[in-house]
Ligand binder design. Structure first.
Ligand SMILES: [Zn+2]
Length: 173
């Protein structure tokens, strides 16, 4: 499993539902969880590892510790109240921006036994759920920025990537 980074077109594709009982998806969930910790993210969606299925793992490093493995997750309600959310994304390294998210959301999903579950997420977990579920519809957090702010963010991202590549070349000469 490799991390898919912007601007790979995979990140803007819509994912399909997981078939109930699909045994392979459990391996995918386990591998994604490993990668989540290895890459030190708060959440990881399947398209970020090149799999176009509706699967997400989330661990916001809260106490008590909880790793969410979500199959076919769906937001079933969202609060009217919005909060500012400072976001970054493993697929857009280094970049950070502030966008608005719903302060709380209700998420319905299937667990590893394909049983229907529901979770109420507030605060950071809510923002994280919205960010990861967006990935399943090909939406990145920068897509929530105004046109102008998005183009500034992309320019900044490209510049940072260029600098990084340049450094890499220098170190490998
Ligand atoms: Zn992301």
């Amino acid at each position: 499993m490799e991390l898919i980074k912007y601007p790979n077109p995979i990140l803007s594709k819509k994912c399909t539902n997981v078939e109930i009982g699909d045994p392979e998806i459990l391996d995918v969930l386990n591998m994604m969880s490993q990668k989540l910790y290895e890459w030190e993210g708060a959440g990881l969606a399947a398209p970020q590892v090149g799999i176009l299925k509706r699967v997400v793992v989330i661990d916001i490093r809260s106490e008590p510790k909880r790793l969410y493995k979500l199959i076919n997750p769906k937001i079933i309600w969202k609060s009217e109240e919005m909060v500012e959310s400072q976001e970054g994304c493993l697929s857009l390294p280094i970049l950070k921006d502030t966008i608005l998210r719903h302060e709380s959301v209700g998420v319905e999903y299937l667990d590893e036994k394909f049983q229907r579950q529901e979770v109420t997420a507030t605060g950071f977990l809510s923002c994280c759920m919205q960010h990861e579920l967006d990935h399943l519809d090909g939406i990145l957090y920068i897509d929530h920025l105004s046109k102008l702010k998005k183009s500034i963010a992309i320019k900044r991202f490209n510049k940072l990537q260029e600098e990084k590549n340049h450094e890499y070349e220098l170190n490998n000469e």
